[in-house]
Design a protein. Sequence first.
Length: 307
Amino acid sequence: MTKTTFILILFFSFWIKEVFGAACCGGTANIPSLISGDDSSQISTTLISSQIVAEAPVGGGIKYRKSNDQETAQTLKIDGATLLSDRWQTGFTVPITRRARTRGQNEASASGLGDISLNVGYEALPDWTYSAWRPKGVVFLTTTLPTGSSIYDAKELYRIDSRGRGFYSFSAGALMLKNWGMWDASLVAEAHRPFSRTITNEAGELNLKPGWGTSGSLGVGVSPLNGDFRIGISVSPSYESPIATEGIVSGRGEKVALWTSTAQVSYMVNDLLSMSLTYSDQTLIKASDNSALNRSFAFLMQKRWER
C-alpha cells in the first residue's frame, strides 16, 4: 500500500464516526470502521474533546452561547475491522463518553457507554489494476444499537446523561478513494433509517416515529514529497428527517441539518502504525439547522496487521 493511500484511510478512521453531530443529540452518521487498504485487520483508539459553542436555530442561522454557559464532552472510541475473505469484512465501534455542562451556578455531568455499531463491508471496486480515473470502492451495511442513553431517557439536569439517539437503526452506503501521486480525494455517502419506539411512563404512551437520514463527506489531501505526513481537509453534511410523535403528545418535530468542516495532520510511524490529529468545526459553514454546534480536537492511533 502506498503511504498516500494509507494516510487517507487513517483520515476516514476518524471522521466516519465522530465528525457528525453535536455532543448530545444532533444528526449522526452511521458510517462504519472499514478496511480499505491491503491489511487483514485493524484497531483504532481515538480520544476526542469537544465543546458546544453555539446553536443553529430552526430556520438556520447561528446563535453563540454566553461565556457562562460551558458544555463539553470527552470521548474514548475504540473501533476495529477484520477481513472475512478477500473482499468481505466486518467491523465494530464502541464509544464511551463523559459530558458536562456549567451554566451560571448550575452544574451537571454524566458518563457512560454511547451507541455501539456493527457493520459488514464488501470491496465492490478493487484496485487490482491501474486506472487513472476509477476509484477504489467499498459498500457497507451498518446496524446501530441504542446502548447509550438518549434525550428521551435522560434524567439529569440539561439531559446531560444523553449519549445516543435512542433508536435501533440500519444504514447503507459507499466509500470511494482515489489518489494521484502525492494527492488524494475521497467521497463517502450513506442513508439510514431508525426504527420506531414507544416510551411508557405514568403519563401514558408516546410513540416516536423517526424518518430517513443521510450523511456524507468530500475530502482532499496531500502528502508532501510522498512522505510520511499527510495534510487533509473535508466538508461533511448530514440531515435527519423530522420525528413524528403520537400518544400523549401528537405532532411533528423539525428537520436537523449539520455541516462540519475538518482539517487533519496524519503521520505514518511505520507500515503498521499511524497517528493523526484532527480539528473539526461546525460553525464555519453557516448552513446548519436545528442543532447544537461544536468544535473538537481528536487524537487517533491505529494499529494494523498485514494480509
